[in-house]
Ligand binder design. Structure first.
Ligand code: ATP
Ligand code: MG
Length: 255
């Protein structure tokens, strides 16, 4: 049963957008039972599905800090087959508290253990850092997707993420498969997009997804309506690209 983290410590590369839209497509269009875990205090994925984070009574914080069980916190979304373990700013305080804990890298893994088998797929959104929250998400995961924004020169941070994955193998005896690098916010007209694609391919070969996510304003608008792109504008280029990505992800998972 795959658990996939979206991770890249660089901010604003499309982690949350990818987490929300892939989850919705797998759940509704591929008829898989999906759990989306929002493990970012910024709670973009929670908001993206129409929740107002400050108003939430129960969030993932209650599981990782207060010891509540996952099933107490998981709630239905407006999307068929998709449930969410939502987040809010409380989670920012979890970071300091986790540091005092034994086995502090395994807290999320333990929280998810009793529920994960009731889903076909778990997707975890992570914050833009390689701190204890992201480490917890990776420790709980079988796979990681690394979104890479095609608009700046973004590759500088990737070796550090690789280093963390290597540390997890060596120190925690936990292997996270890189399912793929995903080029996001691609503007075909720019030379920069081509440069980023070329250097990613050169370094990581066919670990780079064939599917690329174009710049599409509809993808940026959808979260303010609390909807995935497939509801907000199902025929938009962004929706089509995320459907294509979902197919490629399934192909890779089947190996
Ligand atoms: N393909 C796209 N085209 C246009 N805008 C996009 C696209 N993908 C994401 N965005 C917008 O870019 C911003 C950053 O995206 P997103 O929040 O998904 O990144 P993130 O990696 O999760 O950021 P953070 O590191 O802060 O969590 C958001 O405003 C989002 O709506
Ligand atoms: Mg995000």
């Amino acid at each position: 049963m795959p658990l996939i983290s979206l991770a890249n410590q660089k901010g604003g590369v499309g982690k949350s957008t990818t987490a929300v839209n892939l989850s919705a497509i797998f759940a509704e269009e591929k008829r898989m039972k999906v759990l989306l875990v929002d493990f970012d205090p910024q709670a973009a994925a929670t908001r993206g599905l129409g929740f107002n984070p400050p108003e939430l009574e129960k969030t993932v914080y209650d599981c990782v800090v207060e010891g509540k069980s996952a099933s107490d916190v998981i709630t239905k979304t407006g999307i068929d087959n998709l449930e969410i373990m939502p987040s809010n700013l409380n989670l920012a305080g979890a970071e300091a508290l986790l540091f005092q804990r034994m086995a502090r890298e395994r807290v999320l893994e333990k929280v998810l253990r009793p529920v994960k088998d009731s889903y076909d797929l778990v997707i975890i959104d992570t914050p833009p850092s390689l701190g204890i929250l992201t480490i917890n998400a990776l420790k709980a995961s079988t796979h990681v997707i690394v979104p890479v924004q095609a608009q700046y020169y973004p590759l500088a941070g990737i070796p550090m993420l690789m280093e963390v994955l290597k540390m997890m193998r060596e120190d925690l005896d936990h292997n996270v498969d890189i399912l793929g690098f995903l080029l996001t916010m691609v503007d075909k007209r720019t030379v920069l997009a081509k440069d980023v694609r070329d250097s990613l391919r050169e370094r990581f070969g066919d670990k780079v997804f064939k599917t690329e996510i174009p710049v599409n304003i509809r993808l940026a608008e959808a979260p303010s309506y609390g909807k995935p792109i497939t509801h907000y504008d199902p025929e938009s280029p962004g929706a089509k690209a995320y459907r294509e990505l979902a197919d490629e992800v399934l192909e890779r998972l089947r190996g």
